[in-house]
Design a protein around this ligand. Structure first.
Ligand code: OGA
Ligand code: FE2
Length: 400
C-alpha cells in the first residue's frame, strides 16, 4: 500500500480514535513495532523513538497538492519544485499568528544579522583564478566575497585601490608586489565601507531569536505542533528547534547560501551555542512570511532544476549575488502573509535512515525588497547526522 492510500485509510480510522502512523518516503510506516507514532492535536507523538526514521514527503510532481488535517486546520501542501524538493502551504499561519511573531520579536529587540565568514580566520585566500600571479578586478571581487562576505561592484574596487593607493600603475591588476596591505587593514577599510553601504553585505537584515522552550507562549507551541503534523516528525524532535524572526527594509536581502552544512568529519553539529567549533546542521527549513511585501523580497533558488552545479563558476558568474541577479534564479517564491515554504536541506542516509548529505540544489536567498518591508520567521528543523545524539536530546526533553 503506498503512503497516500495508507493515509486515506488512516484518516477514516482516526475518526474512531485509532491514530495515524507516520509514513516515510518509501511508503513504510515508521510506527511499526516499538517506535509507534501517532498524530495528535499536540503534534506527532511516539511511544518509543528507537525505530524512528527521518521522513521525506513525496513531492510527486510540481503542482501536486496534499491536504493535511492539522488540529482542525485543513492545510494544502503544494509541491513547488522537485530538484530541490520545495513545498508551499498558504495560510499556514493566521494573520494574528503572523502579527504575534512580529510583535514578540519587536519586544525582544532585533539586531543586525551576521553571516558566518565575515572575517577570514586563516589569512586571506587570494582568488587568482587564472594563476597569473595577479588579481584582476573580478578576482579581487571574488577574494573579498569569499573572505569577508561583502559583495562589491568593480567601481567600488577601483575606488578602494585609490583610497588605499594599491594600484600604483592604474592597470586594475594587483600583483603580489602591489598587495601591500594586510588582511586586517583590508578588513578595517571594508568595515568602514559597509557602514556606509550596508546593502553590500551578503545579508542585510535585522533579526531576533524566539525560544519556544524558554517561554510559555502558546502560539509558538501550536505552530511547532502544526509543523510536526505537516512534516510527519515527532513533536519531541520539533521542540529542539527555535524560531528566528527576520526583517528587511528597502534594499534588504540575503544572498544565496545553504541553510545547513556538509558533513565534516570530527566537527560536530552546533547545539544552541554550546560549542565554539561546530557546524550548522538543519535537516529542513520551514520559512514563514509574516507580512505583505509591497514589492520584491521573493525567496530565490538559483540552482533549482539545473543539470549540474559548478560552485566556482557560479561564484564567478555572480549567481550567489541575489542583490543584483535575482531575476536569473530558476525558482522564485513570492512572499505572502501566512504562507510557509518548506524544503529539505539534506537527503536521508540510506544506511542510518537519518540525516545524510546536503542537497546543494537548495542554495537560496532573499531577493532585495524594493518597496515596503518584509518580515519572515525561519524555523530550521535541527538534527544531527548521528541519530543517537538526537534521540538522547529527545529523551532529555521528554524527562523534563
Ligand atoms: C534565511 C533565508 C530567505 C528570505 O533567512 O536563511 O534564506 O526569503 N531567507 O528571506
Ligand atoms: Fe536561508
Amino acid at each position: 500500500m503506498n503512503c497516500q492510500t495508507m493515509q486515506g485509510f488512516l484518516y477514516i480510522f482516526a475518526c474512531i480514535n485509532v491514530y495515524i502512523a507516520v509514513c516515510n518516503a518509501n511508503g513504510k510506516v515508521t510506527g511499526e513495532g516499538e517506535g509507534f507514532c501517532q498524530k495528535t492535536s499536540d503534534g506527532v507523538t511516539c511511544v518509543n523513538h528507537d525505530d524512528l526514521r527521518l521522513t521525506r514527503i513525496d513531492g510527486m510532481q510540481v503542482g501536486n497538492v496534499r491536504t493535511i488535517n492539522a488540529d482542525g486546520k485543513k492545510l494544502q501542501m503544494k509541491t513547488l519544485n522537485i530538484k530541490p524538493l520545495v513545498f508551499e502551504i498558504e495560510d499556514f499561519l493566521s494573520d494574528d499568528e503572523c502579527d504575534h511573531f512580529i510583535e514578540t520579536a519587536k519586544q525582544i529587540g532585533l539586531e543586525s544579522s551576521h553571516t558566518e565568514n565575515q572575517s577570514p580566520k586563516q589569512g586571506l585566500q587570494l582568488m587568482d583564478v587564472n594563476s597569473d600571479k595577479a588579481l584582476s578586478l573580478s578576482e579581487m571581487k571574488l577574494t573579498i566575497e569569499n573572505g569577508y562576505d561583502i559583495y562589491l561592484d568593480e567601481e567600488d574596487i577601483i575606488q578602494m585601490y585609490k583610497d588605499l593607493k594599491l594600484d600604483s600603475n592604474n592597470d586594475n591588476l594587483i600583483t603580489q608586489a602591489e598587495m601591500t596591505i594586510s588582511p586586517k587593514q583590508l578588513k578595517t577599510y571594508l568595515s568602514e565601507f559597509v557602514k556606509k553601504h550596508p546593502e553590500k553585505h551578503s545579508r542585510y537584515s535585522r533579526q531576533a531569536w524566539l525560544y519556544p522552550d524558554k517561554s510559555t507562549d502558546t502560539i509558538f507551541r501550536a505552530v511547532q505542533s502544526r509543523v510536526s503534523q505537516v512534516v510527519d516528525l515527532p513533536m519531541d524532535l520539533i521542540r529542539l528547534s527555535d524560531f528566528q524572526v527576520v526583517t528587511y527594509g528597502v534594499k534588504g536581502h540575503y544572498n544565496a547560501h545553504l541553510d545547513s552544512s556538509h558533513i565534516i568529519k570530527d566537527v560536530r553539529c552546533c547545539d544552541r551555542g554550546l560549542y565554539s567549533k561546530c557546524r550548522i546542521c538543519r535537516y529542513m527549513t520551514v520559512l514563514f512570511y509574516l507580512n505583505e511585501v509591497k514589492s520584491g523580497g521573493e525567496t530565490a533558488f538559483p540552482f533549482a532544476n539545473k543539470e549540474s552545479i559548478d560552485e566556482n563558476k557560479a561564484h564567478i558568474d555572480g549567481v550567489h549575488h541575489l542583490y543584483k541577479n535575482c531575476e536569473n534564479a530558476t525558482l522564485r517564491v513570492p512572499p505572502k502573509k501566512g504562507k510557509a515554504v518548506i524544503w529539505y536541506n539534506h537527503f536521508i542516509d540510506d544506511d542510518t535512515n537519518w540525516m545524510g548529505e546536503v542537497d546543494e540544489y537548495t542554495l537560496h536567498g532573499g531577493c532585495p525588497v524594493t518597496e515596503g518591508e518584509k518580515w519572515i520567521a525561519n524555523f530550521w528543523i535541527k538534527t544531527n547526522n548521528d541519530k543517537s545524539i538526537d534521540l538522547k536530546k529527545m529523551k532529555n526533553l521528554y524527562s523534563k
